[in-house]
Design a protein around this ligand. Structure first.
Ligand code: ADP
Ligand code: MG
Length: 390
């Protein structure tokens, strides 16, 4: 694990040489992401607004003379090898399902792999795993871009995002949306990726955090609840039930002005689930507009309203996340909210550069006083998406 982009590529090259006994042909990387706002809106065909971060997964690639793919990683002792023609969902599992799943998904998406030669891939990363920063999309997107360029497949970035999603859905078996891969492939320095999950239209929007002297703190609570998977499925089911009762294809089609009618038609719990999604979609649009018109210092109230909606209406927060958000705001953060699917994970806080230390200290002290496990706190900067590094 390293921090600087530059040395990460060197580690991947060295790791490749060490495992495979020769130098790689090239090195590609893709970042993790943070979702600034727009939670549980993706599967309701709504809006999300993530950004790529300055933590990257690097893949070093070398060609083989046969048609096998071999993958190795700094954090896996064994390499995994399989012939391209034997790749099917179910043929691979564990961490190797991410990179090998991408190879399968390229073929399943129509890329002609009939005459390509196999490759060796070595993967190194400084994206923390399981902290809600999408190390999974980072590995998928780095591999997808590397193979697209090496095999000259000619896929554009939105197509590569779909390939990553297909790998994750079908080979890894996680029912995730298109947000993470879109952020990882389309992100730019100090910008966010405003994504319409219905049309898949994506727009890169300046965040202006650096110019405004603002940092994004990630507060990883290390809380993970066993009921997260069940809770996620239950929220999706509530959203589908709400849309069906309101006679619309998805909650994307419900406006805030429709909520009084929804309150009459739906039971209280379903109504609150619906209200979260409907108001969250509006908050994403308002965040993009507010950034453009008034700059980043203006979005704090939207971040806090998003958190309150997830806590009270969607009921996916936990005491640790609520405390992190409240403490960061009390310490002077522009705004803060939990980020990710909920039931644990991380909160983000938008903080003036000179308040980063005091805000982090206040959150740590509050966690200690509450008897909570010490959080891991670090800053992330909106950064460039997937690229060739050498
Ligand atoms: P996250 O929120 O970080 O995306 P996931 O559970 O979706 O968490 O994906 C994490 C998984 O992705 C890891 O458990 C591992 O299987 C795989 N992975 C991520 N980064 C790497 C890496 N550098 N090398 C090997 N596997 C990785
Ligand atoms: Mg993931």
């Amino acid at each position: 694990m390293t921090n600087a982009d530059v040395s990460t590529g060197d580690l991947a090259r060295a790791g490749f040489a060490d495992r495979f006994g020769r130098s790689p042909l090239g090195v590609w990387s893709a970042p993790g992401r943070v979702n600034l706002i727009g939670e549980h809106t993706d599967y309701n065909e709504g809006f999300v607004f993530p950004f790529a971060i300055d933590r990257r997964t690097v893949v070093a690639l070398g060609e083989r003379s046969d048609r096998a793919i071999r993958v190795a990683s700094t954090f896996a002792p064994e390499s995994v090898e399989i012939a391209i023609d034997d790749l099917t969902p179910g043929a691979v599992d564990g961490w190797a399902a991410y990179p090998l799943g991408v190879v399968w998904a390229l073929g399943a998406s129509g890329a002609d792999l009939a005459s390509v030669r196999g490759v060796d891939l070595f993967i190194d990363s400084d994206v923390p795993v399981g902290a809600g920063l999408s190390s999974s999309a980072a590995i998928e997107c780095a591999v997808a871009l590397a193979l697209d360029e090496h095999w000259a497949l000619g896929l554009d970035r939105p197509a590569l995002a779909s390939v990553g999603q297909l790998a994750e859905n079908r080979v890894v078996g996680a029912p995730t949306g298109i947000m993470d891969q879109s952020a990882s492939l389309l992100g730019e320095a100090d910008a966010g990726v405003f994504l319409d999950c219905r049309s898949r239209d994506a727009e890169v929007v300046d965040l202006g955090f650096a110019a405004a002297g603002l940092s994004v703190l990630v507060i990883d609570t290390h809380v993970s609840h066993e009921h997260a998977t069940g809770g996620y499925a239950a929220r999706r089911a509530s959203c589908e039930a709400g849309a069906a009762a309101l006679g619309v294809p998805s909650l994307r089609d419900v406006d805030p002005g429709d909520l009084p009618r929804a309150a009459e038609l739906l039971d209280d719990e379903t109504f609150r689930r619906v209200r979260h999604v409907v108001t969250e979609n509006r908050r994403v649009l308002d965040t993009v507009r507010s950034l453009r018109e008034h700059g980043p210092a203006s979005i704090g109230a939207l971040l806090e309203a998003s958190h309150a909606s997830m806590r009270d209406d969607f009921e996916i927060s936990v005491p640790e996340l609520d405390l992190a958000v409240a403490t960061a705001v009390d310490a002077g953060a522009v705004g803060a909210r939990m980020t990710g699917g909920g039931f644990g994970g991380a909160a983000i806080a938008l903080v003036a550069d000179d308040l980063v230390e005091t805000t982090s200290g206040a959150v740590r002290a509050a966690f200690a006083a509450a008897g909570f496990r010490e959080p891991t706190i670090f800053t992330v900067a909106p950064s460039q998406g997937a690229r060739r590094d050498g």
